[in-house]
Design a protein around this ligand. Structure first.
Ligand SMILES: N[C@@H](CCC(=O)N[C@@H](CS)C(=O)NCC(=O)O)C(=O)O
Length: 207
């Protein structure tokens, strides 16, 4: 399997963690989104990362790729089977991708992507406004959902991968979770990002 996408991407990180958990061998091509690489473009119709090619099978989107890897390499399971647990895992995967990511990525975009990767000034006011006005509602919700080391069914799952992934970008942006205000979330993120699969994914090449 070939995996396309820089490890800076929270969505690519979901797949890097998944492959590490399941001990699946792969080749990593750490391209940036919209890279003018024909083989990557053939896998990703909108030029987004991640994308994969596996024996000629091409697929984009972290959730679709996760479902494919789960079906092909079922152990250890990352998608719960029990109806309520499966549904909660789908919810947290979607919540991570569509609610957390667009908000939590703002400090990384302004403090790292623009000034460091693109050589143009970031807007610190945008980062601060997100942290002040938009983060608390999301963090309060997550704090209310944490009751043990894992979000769903007492085992590590796609729910934990999808929720924790963007918090690494927050670390890179020097914006850690305030443990005095959200103690359960802060401890949960520390433990999840310390998991060997996350450590491996975080160490993967960025370019
Ligand atoms: N739903 C997609 C989202 C992927 C995504 O938006 N990736 C970002 C990089 S973190 C990207 O490629 N952005 C380029 C764009 O939106 O055009 C997934 O889960 O893989």
């Amino acid at each position: 399997m070939i995996l396309y996408g820089t490890s800076y991407s929270p969505f690519v990180r979901k797949i890097l963690v998944t492959l590490a958990e399941k001990d699946v061998a792969f080749e990593h091509k750490p391209v940036f989104f919209h890279a003018p690489d024909e083989s990557f473009q053939a896998c990703s119709p909108l030029g987004k990362i991640p994308a994969i090619e596996d024996d000629g099978f091409r697929l984009a989107d972290s959730s679709a790729i996760s479902a494919y890897i789960e079906a092909k390499h079922p152990n250890p399971a990352l998608w719960p089977q029990a109806p309520k647990e499966r549904a909660r895992a789908v919810w947290f995967d979607k919540f991570g991708d569509t609610e957390l990511f667009p908000v939590l990525i703002k400090p990384f975009a302004e403090r790292v992507v623009k000034p460091v990767l693109m050589g143009k000034p970031g807007d610190e006011a945008v980062a601060v406004k997100a942290v002040t006005d938009e983060f608390p509602k999301l963090y309060d919700y997550l704090e209310s959902q944490i009751d043990g080391p894992y979000l769903v069914g007492g085992v590590f799952s796609i729910a934990d991968i999808a929720v924790a992934t963007t918090f690494h970008n927050l670390r890179l942006a020097k914006e850690p979770v305030d443990a005095s205000r959200w103690p359960k979330l802060a401890a949960y993120i520390d433990a999840t990002l310390s998991r060997p699969s996350f450590v491996t994914a975080i160490a993967a090449p960025t370019n």
